[in-house]
Design a protein around this ligand. Structure first.
Ligand code: ADP
Ligand code: MG
Length: 389
């Protein structure tokens, strides 16, 4: 077996044991450059990869190597040549790090359950409650105690990155804990739509229905995507009634309240409004800080209070961005092995801080395109199918 074949064999097995993202991050641009006296030398792209492989993956790699070739007893890592400019290298390192920090939570322990589609990483324990989400949280908790009886359906709405998916999945995970015999299913609306479309196309919509009718707790995320999907709406309406009449719990999320979902059949809208509707607003400063503290505890890292304050003060609209900012800072700190000053943090988070989100209207979009291609706006939206247009 050549060095190349050996490394390919090792990689093939590692692939099955870690997440795709981690595999791509840590094993890209690696190779065996020497095999001598039971010592394997692996070339890696940078110092950080080296450190990470040594600390996190060495045992696994050695075990696999040893299984393939009993003679192999030791691994060495060396930093290989790359053609990147220093600046790019730094950038690449930080990006790699950022990804790794956010991936740590998804390492191994967090496997999505194949039956329920639930990700165990979303729990009530790591969901921070503040004035902006306490009603949604209280309703969610009530549902986990008495599924199908108190609030049905439970409809949770709010903007992007504010915790809808987290809360929905936490409901599913908690009910799974409380009631081991209940069949729970979490389904993003897009998947529901493609499931219905495919089963109609393949003439097995009856199977599809039978499967869904067995469910005790049906959780559909981002239900606004049903807008304009008439066939899906019709099927979902019947499924909804079937489950509802049997006291099965239905939980829905959306980026807007039912009455703001246009192109939604009236009968479906009134079903959505028939239970409990709770919104999630924007987190206040205290909650943002509390969320940051929860996250660093989860990641087992430390950051000075003043940096946490700075992030919490400046990133206000989106919890996902809050988390992204934290990951970036943590990554940078790990890389440089020292704590950071506010100026560094500022430049690190530049694109998150100075992003006055410009809203572009369809009108502006049409005008700009028309101008650019030297066309008339009204021709652009006319029904003509001329090639030029
Ligand atoms: P949405 O579905 O509303 O777009 P998510 O549920 O995906 O938002 O949340 C985005 C990120 O923020 C997730 O990583 C989630 O764990 C985290 N998050 C949201 N709300 C909270 C909260 N109240 N406490 C802790 N983490 C939260
Ligand atoms: Mg979501």
């Amino acid at each position: 077996m050549t060095k190349e074949e050996l490394w390919q064999a090792v990689l093939a097995r590692i692939k099955f044991q870690i997440s795709k993202a981690n595999f791509a991050t840590w094993f890209k641009n690696t190779e065996i450059i020497e095999q001598k006296n039971g010592v394997i030398t692996i070339s890696v792209p940078n110092a950080f990869s080296k450190e990470w492989l040594e600390q996190k993956y060495s045992k696994m790699i050695l075990k696999i190597l040893h299984e393939i070739d009993r003679e192999i007893k030791e691994i060495k890592y060396v930093i290989g040549h790359t053609n990147l400019k220093t600046n790019d290298k730094e950038k690449q390192k930080t990006q790699t790090l950022e990804q790794s920090v956010s991936d740590q939570l998804d390492l191994g322990e967090y496997k999505i359950n194949r039956l329920t589609n639930l990700n165990p990483r979303y729990t009530f324990d790591n969901f921070v409650v503040g004035p902006f989400n306490e009603i949604a949280h209280a309703a969610a908790t009530a549902v986990t105690e008495n599924p199908g009886t108190v609030y049905n359906p439970l409809f949770i709405y709010g903007g992007v990155g504010l915790g809808k998916t987290h809360l929905l999945q936490a409901i599913g995970n908690k009910i799974a804990d409380n009631f081991s015999n209940k069949k729970i299913k979490y389904v993003p609306a897009e998947r529901l739509i493609s499931g219905i479309v495919n089963s109609i196309r393949n003439h097995n919509i009856e199977n599809f229905k039978t499967e869904y009718q067995k469910i005790d707790v049906l959780i559909i995320d981002d239900i606004q995507f049903l807008a304009g999907k008439e066939k899906t709406q019709e099927e979902f309406f019947h499924l909804f009634n079937y489950l509802y009449e049997r006291d099965k719990q239905i939980v829905l999320s959306s980026d807007r309240p039912p009455k703001a979902i246009t192109a939604l059949e009236e009968r479906l809208r009134s079903r959505f409004e028939g239970g409990m509707i709770a919104d999630i607003g924007l987190p206040d400063y205290e909650t943002r800080l509390a969320i940051l503290k929860t996250k660093i505890k989860q990641k087992r890292v430390e950051l000075p209070e003043k940096i946490l304050n700075f992030i919490a003060l400046n990133i206000k609209n989106n919890i996902r961005e809050l988390e992204g900012a934290l990951n970036r800072v943590v990554a940078y700190q790990k890389l440089n092995n020292r704590s950071l000053d506010i100026e560094t943090i500022k430049s690190l988070l530049k694109n998150l801080l100075n992003s006055p989100k410009k809203v572009i209207t369809p009108k502006q979009l049409i005008r700009t395109v028309a101008e650019f291609y030297d066309l008339k706006e009204k021709d652009l939206i006319a029904p003509s199918r001329k090639k030029k247009l």
